[in-house]
Write a protein that binds this ligand. Structure first.
Ligand SMILES: Cc1ncc(COP(=O)(O)O)c(C=O)c1O
Length: 394
């Protein structure tokens, strides 16, 4: 028989990392293992006390069966307590929060919750692909807005046309921003929220990187709420980047109860929640800040090594104030793909060309001429990489 993918699946382009994978395979054939700055997934281990919490709790769940779709009350309370401590906001664990299988699940499925066919999501470009893919699978449309070093991820709200304002249901923001590494100011967050309120658009704030900062601690969109009411605001958060728990699949959405309720309805039809022993490990992780401080220091050390090597090459200083990424401008006249190829071939470092992470905005590709370094290899590897990069001849 003939097997054909659905139209939606078919409309998604080829796997963007295939060309890099080929180059990596070529190097491996020659006995060289490149240092991988590609995907934002740490080489460092999940802290020991978090793994121990999982082990300590597993027997408690011997007969639990399926976990709760929306997370145990213990987990939701721990997340709410952490939000209070970190951002000073009061979230009711019973009604204003639901667990996710990591933010990716939440982000992708959220479009299904609120977008009708033909309606819009406002999506930063470059940006996290599930914003647009979730929209596509909900048969909505993405309106892309550029984020870059010039606007420091505070995209141009005035550029959003009237028809998009009328038909948009979600406005995605990522702060700290991936991949630019910038942090949205409270002033811009206020303006973004006013824009959303004036147009009945949900402000969906992806704050997966909120704890990876090297200057002032970033704000949360939840701080825009008043009197424990988060009208039209939904925060997406996750333990993945904060606690080196990418493989554990645990996060949450928090904010407007009405939106959380709709999200829960979608979720109960799609998955069966994060395992209880993983939620217990997440509760332990949320109760500790020491490992987060250590991680911040480690990522900063990696950032400084790579940024100073790049500066030695005479490239523009793109040192990020936050996030897990360096959004480096390529040498004059080189595309991001050219520079990524040079970095693989001559420095044996895998990075992501900016063009692959972005969609056109008014005929321009805002990611063009950049590469993204995810600061995820071990410190030893990053030191090696920095030496090799500094020795490049451009
Ligand atoms: C901007 C952004 N948001 C959300 C996520 C999702 O993380 P997770 O699904 O592991 O929680 C990622 C992962 O790389 C990301 O880059």
């Amino acid at each position: 028989m003939v097997i054909v993918p659905s139209k939606r699946v078919a409309s998604i382009g080829a796997y963007a990392f295939a060309a890099v994978d080929e180059k990596v395979a070529e190097l491996k054939e020659k006995g060289i293992t490149p240092i991988d700055f590609g995907v934002g997934d740490y080489a460092d281990p999940t802290p020991e006390f978090i793994r121990q919490a999982c082990k300590d709790n597993i027997d408690r769940h011997a007969t639990d069966g399926y976990p709760s779709y929306v997370g145990s009350l213990e987990f939701r309370t721990a997340a709410a307590n952490w939000l209070k401590k970190r951002f000073g906001v009061s979230i009711d664990p019973k009604t204003q929060i639901a667990s996710t299988i990591g933010s990716k699940e939440g982000v992708f499925n959220f479009a299904e919750a609120v977008i009708n066919p033909g309606e819009y999501a406002i999506v930063p470009s470059p940006g996290y692909p599930p914003y647009k893919r979730g929209t596509l699978f909900a048969e909505g449309k993405s309106h892309f807005v550029a984020v870059n070093h010039d606007n420091r991820c505070e995209y141009d709200l005035d550029s959003i046309p009237a028809d998009v304002r009328q038909q948009a249901r979600i406005m995605w923001i990522t702060t700290p921003n991936s991949p630019t590494g910038h942090v949205a100011s409270m002033d811009w967050l206020k303006r973004a929220y006013e824009f959303c309120q004036a147009n009945d658009i949900i402000l969906a704030s992806d704050e997966a990187y909120s704890e990876l900062y090297f200057e002032d601690a970033p704000h949360s969109a939840l701080e825009l709420g008043e009197d424990n009411n988060y009208d039209g605001i939904l925060q997406f958060h996750s333990l993945s980047k904060r606690s080196i728990m990418t493989g554990w699949r645990v996060g949450w959405v928090a904010g407007d109860k009405r939106i959380v309720d709709i999200f829960k309805k979608v979720k109960t039809n799609i998955d069966s929640g994060t395992p209880n022993f993983v939620q217990d490990a997440a509760v332990a992780a949320l109760g500790d800040e020491k490992h987060v401080e250590d991680l911040r220091k480690l990522v900063k050390e990696k950032r400084d090594l790579i940024c100073s090597a790049l500066k030695k090459l005479g490239l523009p200083d793109c040192t990020p104030p936050a996030s897990l990424y360096i959004w480096q401008k390529a040498p004059e006249g080189m595309s991001g793909e050219d520079f990524a190829t040079l970095l693989i071939e001559k420095a044996h470092c895998v990075t992501t060309p900016g063009e692959w992470l972005s969609d056109e905005v008014k005929g321009d590709n805002p990611g063009a001429g950049h590469v993204r370094f995810a600061m995820v290899p071990s410190l030893e590897e990053v030191k090696q990489a920095a030496e090799r990069i500094a020795a490049l001849k451009l």
